[in-house]
Ligand binder design. Structure first.
Ligand SMILES: Nc1ncnc2c1ncn2[C@@H]1O[C@H](COP(=O)(O)OP(=O)(O)OP(=O)(O)O)[C@@H](O)[C@H]1O
Ligand SMILES: [Mg+2]
Length: 331
């Protein structure tokens, strides 16, 4: 596997700047998750690395080679597309064998059979191997397209929301499998997701895109605990961080226009009186929706405690993050 480096990477489509001046180093063996809302430039970034899209400016290197003039095949990346694309006239088995049957690879027959069996097993589609690719559910098709990447041993895997159409249980299973595969192969993966749990549990690094710009890049913990803006703070964390006026709990910290309070950083028992609104019981924990001067505040609560809508609890902030008027972090 290989290190991937982006330097000053930009790409526009007509008047739309899809990706602007992105610098990012994906270390060998890293699992990098790209986060950002729709249209942020995530897919375009993957397509630029794979060679499906041409750069307007900047450089990309894979394993120390500048890849500007290389075709997608020469770059040796395996991409799982956001819209899965299988060969409809082939069976699941044939779809999985396809990448290994390339004349350049000359993979022995037994090796192909072994690899396909192994990957089908991991993806829980062994029983569908002889089905036509069209005779599958959406989630099964998505697994076959992940499988087509996993049978290979490329320089880097590029995965665009690969688990998005799967049910919760399969998603959890595959999340664990992907992480295991990544660790055992030492694979380098760039992975796009909107899923908070996937980002927090699988990533070694998280990159946050805002309108084509990489606005923060770090470990999931850094991004969660030390976001550099309201925008980044709001991308990780479920329930979302509470963004509140700087002076809601007393004089605002110097320059703080807004404060950010993670749900676990709202302490109960002292401070200002907030009104209890909705109570969401989720089994292992309870989410408490509070209201203070018309601001909604979500916090976590003891699942055994009783709360009644309309009653009051006292709350105070712990370790608030401070932001200026433009949403940038004040340290
Ligand atoms: N082929 C194209 N032609 C014109 N505009 C494009 C093209 N591909 C992407 N764009 C535009 O570039 C921007 C970034 O698109 P991109 O597909 O990278 O977003 P994304 O982050 O993957 O979003 P999503 O989460 O919806 O998949 C968008 O404004 C999009 O409309
Ligand atoms: Mg996309």
């Amino acid at each position: 596997m290989a290190e991937v480096i982006l330097r000053g990477v930009s790409k526009s489509f007509g008047a739309t700047a899809a990706v602007t001046d992105v610098d990012m180093t994906i270390p060998d063996g890293a699992f990098v998750v790209l986060l950002g809302p729709t249209g942020a430039g995530k897919t375009t970034t993957l397509r630029l690395i794979s060679g499906l899209e041409k750069l307007d400016a900047g450089e990309i290197s894979i394993g120390g080679r500048a890849v500007k003039d290389e075709t997608p095949a020469q770059r040796d990346v395996a991409m799982v597309f956001q819209q899965y694309s299988l060969y409809p006239h082939l069976t699941v088995r044939e779809n999985l064998e396809f990448p290994l049957k390339s004349p350049i690879l000359k993979t022995p027959k037994e090796e192909i059979a072994r690899k396909v069996g192994e990957v089908a097993d991991v993806l829980q589609i062994s029983h569908k191997l002889e089905n036509k690719a069209t005779a599958l559910s959406g989630g099964e098709m998505q697994r076959v397209s992940i499988g087509r990447a996993l049978v290979r041993d490329p320089q880097v895997y590029l995965m665009d929301e690969p688990l998005s159409s799967l049910d919760a249980k399969l998603r959890t299973d595959l999340r664990i499998e992907l992480k295991r595969i990544q660790a055992s192969l030492g694979a380098t993966i760039l992975y796009v997701t909107h899923d908070q749990i996937e980002a927090m549990t699988m990533a070694t690094h998280v990159g946050v895109l805002n309108a084509g710009r990489l606005v923060q890049y770090g470990t999931p913990r850094e991004i969660y605990e030390n976001p550099n803006s309201v925008y980044v703070a709001s991308r990780l964390g479920l329930p979302r961080i509470n963004i509140l006026p700087g002076d809601l709990f007393g004089p605002a910290p110097k320059g703080a226009h807004q404060i950010g309070l993670r749900p676990e950083h709202v302490t109960q028992g002292e401070g200002r009186e907030a009104t209890v609104g909705r109570i969401e019981r989720l089994g292992d924990h309870t989410r408490l929706h509070l209201s203070l001067e018309g601001h909604d505040i979500i916090t976590l609560a003891d699942p055994h405690a009783e709360y009644t809508p309309g009653t009051h609890v006292k709350i105070a902030p712990r370790e608030p993050l401070c932001f200026d008027a433009s949403g940038d972090r004040i340290y």
